[in-house]
Design a protein around this ligand. Structure first.
Ligand code: BG6
Length: 494
């Protein structure tokens, strides 16, 4: 269904996210008829820009980053007409009053019923002040709905997240707040629910009787790029762990919701986060969590500098660019099943994969005693390749009942004619329809911080466990030991 007509306010319209993700997402939605015709986009940033300049920025971004090309001039012109730009000092409420006047004009021009979606692609410390000024400037007085879409990071720890939440909650109700975790917008992450709950193959086996362990890998080949200033204060645990990784874990581990309704789904997800076994001491953190930082190395023959040599990174930084953890979900379904999660920059491949390793049939007198049976695996490939495959045991042709593992694969990315929507398209569309399923609710954010804070605290006390790994390798060897101690290993990713 098409979203209802609305004004979209893009705060941070001259920034990287707008250019790489948001403009292309809006264009794809428009092209697919998912944006109502009565919409307007107001680009907001401090820098002065004319409407024409702004439209030309949008055009360039689409040419470079969109999965559709803007080669149909008529369509492009119709789309671009909805874009206007206003230079705004976000600390000055007068600008917001002007913006309100502009909004009324846009409502009248395009027949928009006063619906307003505020997208803050800004530093989190600005979420509060901008929300207050929106209210003071009269922007929340229009007839329709008002929604706030915000980007991560949502705070730095539980305490700062609470402060941030208290500020925006003075202006917006929880159901009006859409906290983005773009991993939840990825097709294959959303597919986890379907794979689990719509398959007789998997649903009955999805518990500690049949599953030996779960491995979630989110590896990147990039370093910190130009984001050293932000990243050096954040590190992998906050940048990827608190949000994307724990969110994926909740999708794997949650109980079936009673209905496919946003609140029912999020109720189940938050229960998983609350069931995470918190590490009770710094010693326990060290035993279960491994951290690393990339040093000089090579990737595909290209020499790479170490993290400490990157721009805007302290030369003696102890920020982790890699972490791996063994996590337990303490509930009836998962008792005793380790979830191994790992993420890092400057690893050998860019991939996001979930491996569900099933228990071996140890009492299988027919085969297991005579042969080394490989466990069955279900592998969910999220990114950049999308698909799933299972590993099963079959007879080796021409042998006397020798067993070999074979793979059966569904490769979504290989299918001709499939042009998978980008995460941001899905999320903007959902926010504009008021569907908050794939956005994180405050209680989820708080529970995730509570878990992560304990790790960060132990790390702050003592940094002697930080290991260095050469760029282009799979991180510290200690991460292998985490699994080896339990008799497992990381399944190689593709
Ligand atoms: C972002 C992190 O949230 O996710 C980045 O801040 C990271 O550090 C990015 O590179 C990865 O996203 P994707 O979609 O490219 O896997």
């Amino acid at each position: 269904t098409a979203a209802e007509g609305a004004v979209y306010y893009l705060f941070g319209a001259t920034g990287d996210l707008a250019r790489r993700k948001l403009f292309p997402a809006l264009f794809s939605l428009y092209k697919e008829g998912k944006l109502a015709d009565n919409f307007a986009v107001v680009g907001l940033a401090r820098r002065p820009r004319t409407n024409e300049q702004f439209r030309s920025d949008v055009y360039d971004s689409i040419t470079e980053f969109c999965r559709y090309k803007a080669d149909d001039t008529e369509l492009w012109n119709r789309f671009a007409e909805h874009f206007v730009y206003m230079s705004l000092d976000i600390h000055n409420v007068d600008g917001f009053r002007q913006l309100n006047a502009l909004s009324a004009e846009l409502d009248a021009k395009f027949g928009i019923p006063g619906n307003r979606l505020f997208y803050l692609a800004l530093a989190p410390e600005l979420f509060g002040p901008v929300s207050f000024n929106m209210r003071e400037g009269g922007l929340l007085e229009s007839a329709g709905w008002h929604r706030l879409v915000i980007e991560k990071p949502f705070g730095y720890d539980l305490e700062s997240a609470k402060k941030l939440n208290a500020q925006i909650s003075q202006v917006f109700k929880e159901e009006e707040i859409f906290r983005i975790d773009h991993y939840l917008g990825k097709e294959m992450v959303q597919n986890i629910e379907v794979i689990r709950f719509a398959n007789a193959f998997f649903e009955p086996l999805w518990n500690n009787r049949y599953i030996a362990n779960v491995q979630i890998t989110l590896s990147e080949t990039v370093g910190v790029e130009e984001r050293g200033g932000y990243y050096d204060k954040s590190g992998a645990l906050r940048d990827m762990g608190q949000n994307h990784m724990l969110q994926m874990l909740t999708m794997i581990a949650m109980e079936p919701p009673s209905r496919l309704h946003p609140e029912d789904i999020r109720d189940e997800k938050v229960k998983v986060l609350r069931s995470l076994r918190g590490y009770s001491s710094s010693e326990e953190v060290r035993r279960n969590v491994v951290r690393g930082q990339y040093a000089e190395g090579t990737l595909k023959g290209k020499p790479l500098v170490g993290y400490r040599q990157e721009d805007s990174v302290a030369p003696d930084s102890v920020t982790e660019t890699y972490f791996a953890a063994k996590v337990f979900v303490d509930n009836l379904r998962w008792a005793g099943v380790p979830f191994y999660i790992r993420t890092g920059k400057r690893l050998p491949v860019k991939t996001t994969e979930v491996v569900v390793e099933f228990k071996n049939m140890s009492e299988n007198v027919l085969f297991a005693r005579k042969h080394d049976l490989s466990p069955n695996l279900l592998v969910i490939r999220v990114n950049p390749m999308e698909g799933i495959y299972i590993k099963i045991n079959a007879k080796k042709p021409g042998s006397d009942n020798a067993v070999q593992p074979v793979a059966m694969e569904f490769c979504q990315s290989c299918m001709v004619g499939i042009n998978t929507p980008e995460a941001y398209e899905r999320l903007i569309h959902d926010a504009a329809r008021g569907d908050s399923t794939y956005f994180t609710r405050w209680d989820e954010v708080a529970a995730a911080w509570a878990f992560v804070d304990r790790i960060a605290e132990a790390w702050r006390e003592d940094d002697s466990d930080l290991s260095f790994y050469p760029a282009g390798t799979w991180g510290p060897q200690k991460a292998d030991q985490l699994l080896a101690d339990d008799g497992f290993f990381w399944w190689p990713v593709n």
